[in-house]
Design a protein around this ligand. Structure first.
Ligand code: NAD
Ligand code: DAU
Length: 351
């Protein structure tokens, strides 16, 4: 592995991946290919700009000619594909961009690898995917790699489509691929449209904390650098053609998550805990809202030796502290487009 092309390296997980590995791996060159949508922020990787082993290219992966030209220019031996439209609520308001980027964008990358890698030895296409492709669990059971796909939202359907393409390129063309399906991430640089950053920022600003439905939906939370370590482990040691589920074994109902954030933010920012919890406001539910996600990560643990380092409590404290220390980053992402989205999404949710 000498040159890795990372797609979506200015987004939440991609930026954490690059900030984590570029300084640690000076003998590997990282090429960050990102369109810079509303969710892509060059500020998140600003500290890497002066490094010899880091390059940035502004590329829309839906533009197949530009994808091919970028491959020809940089000649990567490894691709780690993070780029996606990633927010479920946005996919409900406007599904088209999700199909274009998540399905057609993935097709363009797979085809660039298939046609430009003349020899597949030492090559790897790694696809970063989600547990949402498996649909919704009841109170029982966990997702295994063999769980049938049953996506609920336009977002998860588009990610399911991209997973199928990746497997098909392996079976049909023998392209060396791996896939990881991960549960909910949290940590630094997460765009404030997702549950955890919205709650942290609204508590600090003493604004209502919008909890969908009754707040009883369950997610399995993982600190973002634990996810990044899992991806690197799979890229380096995972077998081609294999899928690995990644999760934190950390199930929490949304209301518990929000209450925990209220308490941690109040403690670290010197605010009244009771007043923070009083901001919790139950709002109209997300259509098609999956009830529960839970990952069985036995395969990646036993076969590849990965396990998470952070607990929910340690990871959440680090996350809150990061948002407290990085108000310039928060101000930077809260452009006019961000305010338009907040108005559109939350004005339609009656209490
Ligand atoms: P994000 O929305 O924060 O970032 C997405 C990045 O992709 C942005 O930098 C954006 O500019 C870029 N991008 C979007 N469309 C593009 C295009 N057409 N061409 C090039 N770049 C484009 O997403 P994230 O939360 O960092 O998620 C990264 C990946 O991980 C996604 O594939 C997502 O499905 C997957 N995933 C996310 C989570 C999670 O909890 N966030 C969990 C499991 C899997
Ligand atoms: O499971 C992995 C997935 O996790 C990733 O594939 C997605 O890219 C990522 O966005 C995330 O999807 P979710 O829909 O689970 O994340 P979100 O932060 O949007 O919502 C988490 C839970 O909180 C969900 O049950 C909906 C609820 N919620 C969300 C928001 C934004 C609220 O109650 N209020 C809110 O304002």
């Amino acid at each position: 592995m000498k040159k890795i092309l990372i797609t979506g390296g200015c987004g939440f997980i991609g930026a954490n991946f690059l900030n984590h590995f570029v300084p640690k791996m000076p003998n590997v060159t990282f090429v960050n290919v990102d369109k810079l949508t509303y969710a892509g922020n060059p500020l998140s990787v600003a500290s890497l700009e002066s490094r010899q082993n880091y390059h940035f290219e502004q590329v829309d992966i839906c533009d197949s000619d530009l994808v091919v030209a970028t491959f020809e220019k940089h000649q990567p031996d490894t691709v780690i594909h993070f780029a996606a439209e990633s927010h479920v609520d946005r996919s409900i308001h406007g599904p088209r961009d999700f199909v274009l980027t998540n399905v057609v964008g993935t097709l363009n990358l797979l085809d660039a690898c298939r046609t430009l890698w003349t020899d597949f030895a030492g090559k790897r296409f790694h696809h970063v995917s989600t547990d949402e492709v498996y649909g919704s669990l009841t109170d029982e059971g966990k997702f295994l790699e063999t769980t049938p796909y049953d996506p609920s939202s336009p977002y998860s359907a588009s990610k399911a489509g991209s997973d199928h393409l990746v497997r098909a390129w392996n079976r049909t063309y023998k392209l060396p691929v791996t896939i990881t399906n991960c549960s909910n991430n949290y940590g630094p640089y997460q765009f404030p449209e997702k549950l955890i950053p919205i709650m942290i920022i609204n508590i600090l600003e003493r604004k209502p904390l919008p909890v969908y439905g009754k707040g009883l939906n369950v997610r399995d939370w993982l600190y973002v650098t634990d996810h990044c370590d899992a991806i690197m482990t799979v890229v380096q040691n995972g077998a081609s053609g294999e899928t690995y589920n990644i999760g934190g074994n950390c199930e929490r109902a949304n209301i518990e998550v929000v209450q925990t954030i209220c308490d941690i933010v109040s403690e670290l920012a010197n605010l009244d805990k009771g007043e923070s919890r009083d901001l919790i406001t139950y709002v109209t539910d997300r259509p098609g809202h999956d009830f529960r996600y839970a990952i069985d990560a036995t395969k990646v643990k036993t076969e590849l030796g990965w396990s998470p380092k952070e607990t929910f409590e340690t990871g959440m404290k680090k996350t809150v502290q990061w948002y407290l220390d990085n108000t310039a980053w928060i101000d930077g992402v809260r452009s006019g487009k961000y305010r338009d989205w907040m108005d559109k999404n939350y004005s339609q949710r009656g209490k």
